[in-house]
Design a protein around this ligand. Structure first.
Ligand code: NAD
Ligand code: LMR
Length: 326
């Protein structure tokens, strides 16, 4: 058994938290040989509910769960944290875009960025799930100047997984038959799910589907999936979001498959001409606990136009929260 690691989760009493915590504690995120200490953060009115979740975690008798605590103070919850999953934030309702949450949620990420700067492990891995996730990750990062900027990521793995499922359905294959799919940009309706490098059962995906399906069905379905779920369920996605968060952290920590890559929103280093510093989703490979952008993919005009549109939206979101970016 390895030495225990500390995993902080915000919004622990929320819907995503309720799916996420049990999977972290069972070893789905960091592996069957990695004991974890869970450090939960909630707002004061939700502390009773958090106690209930903790009772249930106890009642699972998870062999890998070796510590469990909750707080309404970020500096307590983030102390020495090796992993921080920033889930606590308001979800959108019907008819809203995720960026409509910017005003309500941005302040949370500035306070929490400062707290992790003060107390988290210097090698912490941070994942922003709360929306608008990319810009919230940027706010946290810029408020944590003593941490490596590359510690901060946002979640587009749910979009990646949604795109895999759509393409598998269309081609009559299984998600495990598909490699090298990419979601570029923002976790929003401008995101660009790109199959131009994807391989399905050893064949180029572009040869298996037609352009009309791609433009009129695949791309809009993936872009609008969150809204479709809110319409159907009356609440935003939760179990699938938790599952994607597990996938994101697991692959970042334990590595991606040899012949594949995943989509992660990370600080742009200017690759593919994307504005430096914004938290933009790229194709990445992970190994040894580090991620690297997959380089030198050919980008045609169709892709470039969509990559630029989602980049532009992230620049606008960044500019709208300048006052929170020291
Ligand atoms: P929820 O309302 O069920 O739970 C959110 C929880 O966060 C609540 O318990 C609330 O008390 C808590 N919270 C609020 N402010 C907090 C703070 N400052 N510190 C700690 N906790 C705080 O919402 P949910 O369905 O769990 O969704 C959470 C967020 O995740 C939303 O913003 C939602 O839009 C987002 N989301 C993102 C993705 C993605 O793919 N990136 C997917 C699904 C949902
Ligand atoms: C999702 O993609 O399901 C989440 O971001 C929730 C939402 O607001 O769509």
């Amino acid at each position: 058994m390895k030495a225990p690691v500390r995993v902080a989760v915000t919004g622990a009493a929320g819907q995503i938290g309720y799916s996420l915590l049990f999977r972290i504690a069972s070893g789905d995120m960091l592996g069957p040989d990695q004991p974890v200490i869970l450090q939960l953060l909630e707002v004061p009115p939700a502390m009773d509910a958090v106690q209930g979740v903790m009772m249930e975690l106890d009642d699972c008798a998870f062999p890998l769960l070796v510590g469990l605590q909750a707080s309404d103070q970020a500096e307590e919850a983030f102390r020495d944290a090796d992993y921080i999953l920033l889930v606590g934030a308001k979800p959108r309702g019907p008819g809203m875009e995720r960026k409509d949450l910017l005003e309500a949620n941005a302040a949370i990420f500035s306070v929490q960025g400062k707290a992790m700067n003060a107390v988290a492990s210097r090698d912490v891995r941070v994942l922003a799930v709360g929306n608008p996730a990319n810009t919230n990750a940027l706010i946290a990062q810029r408020n944590a100047p003593d941490l490596d900027p590359r510690c901060f990521t946002a979640m587009t793995r749910l979009d990646h997984n949604r795109a895999l499922a759509q393409l598998a359905n269309r081609t009559g294959t299984h998600v495990t038959d598909i490699q090298k799919l990419t979601v570029w940009g923002n976790h929003s309706a401008t995101q660009y799910p790109d199959i131009s490098h994807a391989v399905v059962d050893g064949k180029a995906a572009g040869d298996l589907v037609d352009q009309a399906w791609l433009e009129e069905s695949f791309i809009p379905t993936v872009q609008q999936r969150g809204a479709a779920i809110i319409k159907a369920r009356g609440q935003s996605s939760a179990a699938s979001a938790a599952s994607a968060a597990i996938d994101h952290m697991r692959d970042w920590t334990l590595g991606t498959q040899e012949d594949d890559w995943v989509s992660m929103a990370i600080p742009s280093d200017g690759s593919y001409g994307i504005t430096e510093g914004i938290i933009y989703s790229f194709p990445v490979r992970c190994s040894g606990g580090r991620y690297e952008i997959v380089q030198d993919l050919a980008i045609d005009d169709f892709s470039r136009e969509r990559m630029s549109a989602t980049e532009q939206e992230l620049i606008e979101e960044r500019d709208a929260v300048q006052h929170l970016l020291p």
